[in-house]
Write a protein that binds this ligand. Sequence first.
Ligand SMILES: NC(=O)c1ccc[n+]([C@@H]2O[C@H](COP(=O)([O-])OP(=O)(O)OC[C@H]3O[C@@H](n4cnc5c(N)ncnc54)[C@H](OP(=O)(O)O)[C@@H]3O)[C@@H](O)[C@H]2O)c1
Length: 335
Amino acid sequence: MANNEEIQLAERPEGMPTKDTFRYVETEIPELKEGQVLIKSIYISVDPYMRGRMNDTKSYVPPYELDAPIAGGVVGQVSESKSDKFQKGDFVLGNLPWARYNAANPDNLQKVDPDLGPISTALGVLGMPGLTAYFGLIDIGEPKAGETVVVSGAAGAVGSTVVQIAKILDARVVGIAGSPKKLDYVKNTLGADEVVNYKEDDVAKALEKACPDGVDIYFDNVGGPVSDAVYPLLNAHARIPLCGSISSYNKKEDQGPRVHGFLVKSKAKMQGFIVGDYSDRFAEGKKQLSEWFKQDKLTFEENVVEGFEHVPDAFLGLFKGENLGKQLVKVADEE
Ligand SMILES: NC(=O)c1ccc[n+]([C@@H]2O[C@H](COP(=O)([O-])OP(=O)(O)OC[C@H]3O[C@@H](n4cnc5c(N)ncnc54)[C@H](OP(=O)(O)O)[C@@H]3O)[C@@H](O)[C@H]2O)c1
């Protein structure tokens, strides 16, 4: 009985992945070994970093293997348990293959508390993207009240949380995103002071106008030409948490920005980071994010696509800006 399905990496993409990058394979629901649990996937997270793992290059995580399932953040429900750590019905978060069902070792799973918020938030505002925003902004950005914080990718999972945390900390926030709907969300729902549409505006001019006192923190999610426009505005001792550069993930050559002169002149600190490096402080980050969430200081948006067959499309949509907030795929209902 073929009652399970997984999505494998069929070929390493050059440039933007296509349908040929992915292969659907029917498999069996795994037999559990003693100590394991069977997880039914409910929400599959698609994230920009996965594009990097499709290349056969050295990075902070190993590349995906060819002809093996792609893996990432999944929130699921235990449908069978041979472990005393989890019971049938428990909600869990894990780094799991893109499959309808997975057998997993409980040590690699975290319990998801449905009382904290919708279970999907464990993949978004109360999960990896939220923690990325929290540690990147607070630890590297070190925001102070009244400072100007520019956030690229401001309507996405990480960026939308950065905008809100910066506002909670009384900074002046300028969000950059790629559509009028996103700008409206960043300004009127998330509370940014100014917004810039990098697809329609002259970004350099619009940013100059939006940042009359210069830029103290640039939280960079995108790199490329958008970032080129921010660097000339850096104030002395500006901080740049370098979170990602999605504009170059499908390009063979990195496209900058060229930062040398600007960093020297502004004596700015630019620091790349990977959220996993903060794993020993995740409890602190989750506690603070949950508190703000409960206090209605932190909101979130999700772009939920329905159906396991749409996981690759949802992933590709990240590079076309199709998502407002966290991009997720709902592949099954909760029981
Ligand atoms: N360092 C870490 O540990 C860590 C952890 C998580 C994520 N990240 C990085 O953080 C960034 C945001 O991740 P996320 O999960 O929150 O994704 P996201 O922002 O929710 O989704 C990606 C967004 O990027 C924008 N985008 C796509 N192509 C672009 C381009 N060429 N130029 C400018 N913007 C572009 C699109 O919005 P528009 O419509 O506005 O173009 C799209 O909606 C990514 O670079 C990701 O790799 C880093």
